[in-house]
Design a protein around this ligand. Structure first.
Ligand code: 5GP
Length: 188
């Protein structure tokens, strides 16, 4: 997606350890116009799929997910980071390489259950740990994962390869080939 790629080149900042900071328009300050354009692109790419629910994970997935939910007029559910006072919940453990720790995430069984056809939306796809946690929650709920959409995929961490090899429909709006030498290389 051209507008996102240009924005990453203009405002993205590269940090040690293969981290891309996009705090200027996605992760801290948010650009709602770009967010809407990205949601429109997800709607286009998943147009052939039957979806009844958008799923994301707090916090940075919520903004793009709600835009997609708004356009498709579907409910948006976000997996919450524990501790939570929630009862009747599904739980899984996710490793975060940006924070180098594991954390538990949960979703109430009231909001994810058998029969749901879920589109997962998140900001980044790196190693795929958050995505695998969501797959686990969807499985536990007996729901169906229709696809996964990411604003930015870091191809050099191979989470996307692994998800696609499982036959999952993965769409990423910008794919980063490398951040070597703190230079942002984006796939054409
Ligand atoms: P994964 O679970 O695929 O390894 O990493 C994805 C999660 O880690 C995303 O939900 C995102 O919050 C965070 N993340 C991974 N890489 C980056 C990055 O380069 N920049 C930022 N801002 N977040 C990242």
């Amino acid at each position: 997606m051209k507008a996102l790629k240009e924005r990453i080149i203009r405002d993205g900042k590269c940090f040690e350890g293969g981290i891309l900071k996009v705090d200027n328009f996605i992760n801290h300050q948010m650009d709602p116009i770009l967010m809407k354009s990205m949601a429109v692109e997800f709607v286009r790419r998943f147009a052939g799929s039957s979806i009844n629910k958008i799923l994301t994970i707090e916090a940075s997935g919520i903004a793009p997910a709600i835009m997609v939910g708004y356009l498709l007029e579907l409910p948006v559910v976000f997996a919450k980071k524990k501790p939570s006072t929630m009862e009747n919940m599904l739980t899984t453990t996710v490793y975060s390489f940006t924070k180098d720790r594991t954390y538990d995430v949960c979703i109430s069984k009231d909001y994810l259950h058998e029969g749901d056809k879920v589109l997962f939306i998140d900001d980044f796809l790196a190693n795929g740990n958050a995505a695998n946690g969501i797959i686990d929650l969807v499985d536990k709920a007996g729901a169906e994962l229709v696809g996964m959409g990411f604003l930015i995929e870091k191809a050099f961490q191979h989470g996307g390869d692994e998800l696609r090899s499982q036959g999952i429909h993965v769409e990423s709006l910008a794919i980063i080939e490398s951040l070597d030498g703190c230079k942002i290389k984006i796939r054409d």
